[in-house]
Design a binder for this molecule. Sequence first.
Ligand code: 5AD
Ligand code: SF4
Length: 429
Amino acid sequence: MNVSDSERVATVLESTDFELTPDEDSADIVLFNTCSVREKAEHKLYTRIGQVRKLQSKKKIIGVLGCVAQLEGETLFDKSPAIDFVLGTKAVGRVSKAIESVLEGQNKFCDLGEREPNYDWSVAETQKHSSFISFVPVIEGCNKFCTYCIVPFSRGREKSLAAPEIIRHVLKLCKQGVKEVHLIGQNVNSYRPKTIEGLEKFRGATPFSKLLRAVAATGIARIKFTTSFPRDFHPDIIEAINENENLCNWVHLPVQSGSNKILRLMRRGHTIENYFERIDKIKSSVRKISLTTDIIIGFPNETEADFGDSLKMVDYCQFDSSYIFKYSPRMGTPSYQLEDNVSAEEKKQRFIELEKRQKFNQHRIYESYLHKSVQVLIENKSGKNNFDLSGRTSCHKVVHFKGSANLLGKIVNVQITESKSNTLYGKIL
Ligand code: 5AD
Ligand code: SF4
């Protein structure tokens, strides 16, 4: 979501005659788009501001955008006097105005306001993170209020974009030669637009599965979506994937814990049995669907037995990959009131053990691709050599192989010849 926000900020700046440079040293203005989901991410902001200040030969304008900006607001000016302006998560469309205010002499500009009604979600071709892959926001914010999570505070309530706007966005990207869109949002499958305008023709048990079928009907080569919320994960999503080749065979479904006690304390709104039902449905699909997740270890009151449940859960689910996080107390969230009583050492041990178990399972899953053929969208040259290419499969695995750079942006068949823990290697067929 932050990469997507940054692309749109860069688009606005370019259209208002600012020149973008990746070189911090020569920049007159430096913008930090920030994340506050864990404490480490938030600390990075202060470290980075320090680095930029050390570098600067002349005074730069420093702006802070995104989640830390939204949560801290004007208090950021006291925490770091080098900051000239602060723009909240929904105020990023007004970035040029913020810079102009500072240039005109306004000291310490802060805008934490709502999105403008005609906010433009599109990204200039020059500012896309990839020429062939684009993010398409479908919902922003979150209403779930998991007890550990700062997102509902930093990104506000769920707001779904109107379906015709999303479809128009995808059609435009198609015309520009984009091969893959990622429908993004904190919880894409909680998609609930004000009206079903634009979706009337499409079947679906939920507005999200209607939207998936509508996006599939645009004919774009590949559609991925992230992140899904377990409680709202209707089996019809799997039906839609089975019916449409261009809906990719990858689901990211964060579980957070294998213990019902911890899931309750996290107020996730699902039990581990509910989660397993979803997994069973995904695994029994006609198409082989890869599955990834997020897991938090060391949540307050997580005992060895609770952690053991997370190990069992990982074995049951056989994730293709997982992001494991140590619990990080976030001020303002409900669980901040609970004592952070799993010691740093225990968190470290549990992290290592869970990661080891995941890697063990993952190794076998990756090995099962050996000698098989997969379709890869070629995204990058992966080394110094022009013939080292890489891309991702429909199931979102990274594959490296040799081929000519003029194949960039093409979808090719690759036979897998070698597997490592996070990567596959192969040759173009
Ligand atoms: N501590 C640790 N991990 C967290 N996440 C969200 N909030 C926290 C927190 N306070 C993780 C969750 C979520 C992912 C994006 O970040 O696993 O799914
Ligand atoms: Fe955070 Fe829970 Fe919302 Fe995900 S669903 S963004 S973890 S509150």
